[in-house]
Structure formats: structure tokens, C-alpha cells
Design a protein around this ligand. Structure first.
Ligand code: HAM
Length: 420
């Protein structure tokens, strides 16, 4: 038997109803803030991710699905969406001075990670990207929108963690401070962190090796907030003031750095208690340098990505899964002629907007009625020799338990008027 690959998951009904619910909530909420959907390919040139996410990040060094195509070009299954959206905006020349661009996306992402609860190799994100402003008000609005979306989808107890990396000047000062802390401990670091300490010291803070984690969670590890320039401090203060005004609760976490290189200023993550070890539901931040770095104009940008598997796990604990739509009507055939007639009747009713349960093989009336009942059908239309000889059908109201003989037209108009 061929089975699904490790770290990939089939999403089956009735779970798909919960997925549809979450995706619909994203569309509803993001539209209220003026975000339009963008769909980009799931594979791109490898360089796109190496240059944007950063060549010393865990994602690029260890987690990308990279392969040569038949012409030997290096391709990568997208590990995240931000780089793809920036690439598409550049390619379609969407950036223009003074123009705000707002996009959201939903779809599969791929990272070669060790699978566990809430961590897969093919997973799904819904994310948003806002371009065209450096205002701290945008950071706060995007964070508030993320919380709005999560609460609208049914998650309670959302906890936003907030930090800032500051501007280029603050970040350079922080890297100097961090390097000064790290270098005396160099011999105790894992080989990856030794390399990171020299090439991109910020990334040592993402290390998952327990001995490194212990070193970097010590209380005297430098904090990003101690090396902020005056301008970066002002930006951060304004984000916090705006979040307070929006009544969006957050806690500050000066240890938060996020695992992607493109961030500047505000960064944030949202966690949820039901998720266990992989408790980050989503994360994001400002990335003012990326568009320029990818060959575009200087552009302020901020966004976030939410992991949908994790969102579905969080909802399972607290939220009753919405049901698949039950049939409005089930068609019960008492003989082979009725079975054939029902094929056409079902098509007619569906064209009128009703959802219809019908069969292709003749079964006992008892079995068909049980099926209609189990599926939650509101009405049943029964047809057999007796009904046919009088040009009538039997219409049964499953909720009231009543039934009557009527013409097919009467039955149809009854069903369509009781199911607008
Ligand atoms: P990220 O933090 O790498 O950010 O991913 C966002 C979310 O995707 C995570 O918080 C988590 O819920 C989910 N996720 C990541 N990896 C996995 C996995 N292997 N299995 C299941 N879920 C996973 C980004 O991707 C940025 N592009 C977010 C962003 C948008 N920043 C600015 N704009």
C-alpha cells in the first residue's frame, strides 16, 4: 500500500468543514480591513528564499525542499509566503510611491522539519502583507487584525508577544552586544551556533540544541530593547500606544527575535495554551528592507502568517466543529424506474439551489430512509409504482414526521419556498 509521506496529512471530512470555517473567517475579516487575496505558485526559484529569509536561517540551511528541475534549475517548494508576495508585487509592478498595498494568501507551505503535533512538512498558512507605509499605526492595526481574525474564528485566550529589533543601527548595536556575550562561550556552542556567531549572530537565538538553548535563555543575555536608537524607540513606543488605544492586549518579550532575517522594528508572535510544545499559532512583523533588497523601491512593509493546522488544533478544544451542509431533501426510490427518474429530479432540484441526497443503486426503503435520517435531510421525496400511476410523489417532512401525496411541481415549489 502506498501511504502519505511522513509529515504530510490528509484532511478528511468532517474536519474539512472546520478548515473551510477558518478560511472563510480569514476572507471575512481581512476583507473588512481592505486586504485582497493573492495566489502565487507553490514553487519558486531557490534564490528567492535564500536572499529574503537569509542563508544562515534554519529554514534555508535545513528545512527547504530544494530540487533541480529537468533542466537543472534549482527550485524550492515555498517554505513561507512573504517572499513570494514581494516577488509577485515586483514582477507585476504593483509598488508605487504613496500607494498602500494589502494582500492576504492561504495555502500549503513546505519545511523539512521533524514531524510532531502541530509541526508538519506540508502545512498551511494564512497570511497578510501590507506595503507602502512606515507608520507604527500600521503595525498595531495588523496585530489587532490578527487578534480579530483569531477571535472571530473562535479562539479564545489569544496571547500576543511583542518585541522590536529596531532599525539597522539598533540591530547592528544589538548584534555587537550579543557577539560580545557569545564569544567567550564559543567553545560550548554547537557547530551550527559557532558558525552563526561569526556569520549572523542573531540566529544563535533560534537554536534548538538544549545546551545552546540553556546558554541563550540565561538572564544576562543582552536584550534587543537595550540597544534601540532614538528613532526605533519612538517607533516601538508608538506601536504600544496604538495597541493600547485599540485595546489589543500584548505582553512584551525582549527575547523574541523570530527565525527569519528580513524583520526590522516590530516583531510579534501569538501563542495558544492548547498547542503544547509547538505553541506559536502565528507570527510576523515589520520588514522595511526586503522590497528594496529584492530589487524594488524603498517600501515600508508589515505582515504575519498563521499556521492553520495549529489554529484547527486550538479550535478543536473550544469550538464545536461546524457541520457539513445536511441535505435539504433525500430522494427515495421504490423501484428501478424511480431510481432513474431521481437522477433527473436531483439535477433539477440542485439547479434550484437545494442540496440533494440520492442513490445510484436500488436499496430497501428502510435502508434509504435510515440514510436520509442519518444525513439530517429535512425532507424526503418517495416515488414508486403507486405514486407514478397517479402522477404524484410522496413528500415527507422528516422533522414533523408528516407526509402527503402531491404533484412533483407542488413538491418542488414547496421545497424551494421552504428553503430560500
Ligand atoms: P513563521 O513564524 O515562520 O513566519 O510561520 C508562521 C506560522 O506558521 C508559525 O507560527 C506556525 O503556526 C506555522 N508553521 C511554521 N512551520 C510550521 C510547520 N512545520 N508545521 C506547522 N505549522 C508551521 C512566516 O512564515 C512569515 N512569512 C510570517 C510573516 C508574514 N511575516 C511577515 N509577513
Amino acid at each position: 500500500m502506498i501511504t502519505a509521506l511522513r509529515g504530510t496529512v490528509d484532511i478528511l471530512p468532517p474536519d474539512t468543514a472546520l478548515w473551510q470555517h477558518v478560511e472563510q473567517c480569514a476572507r471575512d475579516v481581512f476583507a473588512r480591513y481592505g486586504f485582497a487575496e493573492m495566489r502565487t505558485p507553490i514553487f519558486e526559484q531557490t534564490d528567492l528564499f535564500v536572499r529574503s529569509i537569509g542563508d544562515t536561517t534554519d529554514i534555508v540551511e535545513k528545512e527547504m525542499y530544494t530540487f533541480p528541475d529537468r533542466k537543472g534549475r534549482s527550485l524550492t517548494l515555498r517554505p513561507e509566503g512573504t517572499a513570494c508576495i514581494v516577488r509577485a508585487c515586483l514582477e507585476h509592478k504593483l509598488f508605487a510611491p504613496g500607494k498602500l498595498l494589502k494582500f492576504f494568501y492561504t495555502g500549503p507551505m513546505f519545511r523539512y522539519e521533524r514531524p510532531q503535533a502541530g509541526r508538519q512538512r506540508q502545512f498551511h498558512q494564512t497570511g497578510v502583507e501590507l506595503f507602502g507605509t512606515y507608520s507604527p499605526l500600521a503595525d498595531a492595526d495588523v496585530i489587532a487584525m490578527m487578534v480579530h481574525f483569531l477571535e472571530y474564528a473562535g479562539v479564545n485566550k489569544v496571547l500576543v508577544q511583542l518585541n522590536t529589533l529596531g532599525d539597522a543601527e539598533s540591530r547592528a548595536a544589538y548584534c555587537t552586544a550579543l557577539r560580545a556575550y557569545v564569544m567567550p562561550l564559543f567553545a560550548q556552542l554547537c557547530p551550527d551556533c559557532q558558525r552563526r556567531a561569526e556569520r549572523n549572530v542573531l540566529r544563535v537565538l533560534d537554536c534548538k540544541v538544549p545546551s545552546c538553548k540553556a546558554i541563550f535563555s540565561a538572564p544576562n543575555v543582552p536584550r534587543t530593547t537595550t540597544t534601540l536608537s532614538a528613532a526605533a524607540q519612538q517607533h516601538y513606543d508608538a506601536v504600544r500606544r496604538a495597541l493600547d488605544a485599540l485595546k489589543t492586549p500584548y505582553v512584551e518579550d525582549p527575547r523574541l527575535v523570530r527565525g527569519l532575517d528580513y524583520y526590522t522594528h516590530t516583531i510579534f508572535e501569538v501563542r495558544h495554551g492548547a498547542l503544547g510544545a509547538q505553541d506559536a499559532l502565528g507570527g510576523g512583523g515589520r520588514y522595511d528592507g526586503l522590497v528594496k533588497q529584492m530589487g524594488g523601491p524603498e517600501t515600508g512593509a508589515v505582515g504575519f502568517g498563521i499556521g492553520l493546522e495549529r489554529l484547527v488544533i486550538a479550535l478543536r478544544g473550544t469550538h464545536t466543529s461546524p457541520h457539513e451542509r445536511p441535505p435539504d431533501v433525500a430522494l427515495v426510490a421504490l423501484d428501478a424506474t424511480a431510481l432513474q427518474d431521481n437522477l433527473v429530479l436531483a439535477a433539477l432540484l440542485r439547479a434550484k439551489g437545494l442540496s440533494v441526497l440520492s442513490n445510484y443503486d436500488l436499496q430497501s426503503v428502510k435502508a434509504q430512509m435510515r440514510q436520509a435520517n442519518n444525513a439530517g435531510a429535512a425532507w424526503v421525496i418517495l416515488q414508486g409504482e403507486d405514486e407514478r400511476s397517479q402522477s404524484l410523489v410522496k413528500l415527507k417532512n422528516m422533522r414533523a414526521g408528516t407526509e402527503r401525496l402531491c404533484t412533483l411541481d407542488e413538491a418542488i415549489s414547496h421545497l424551494t419556498s421552504s428553503n430560500p
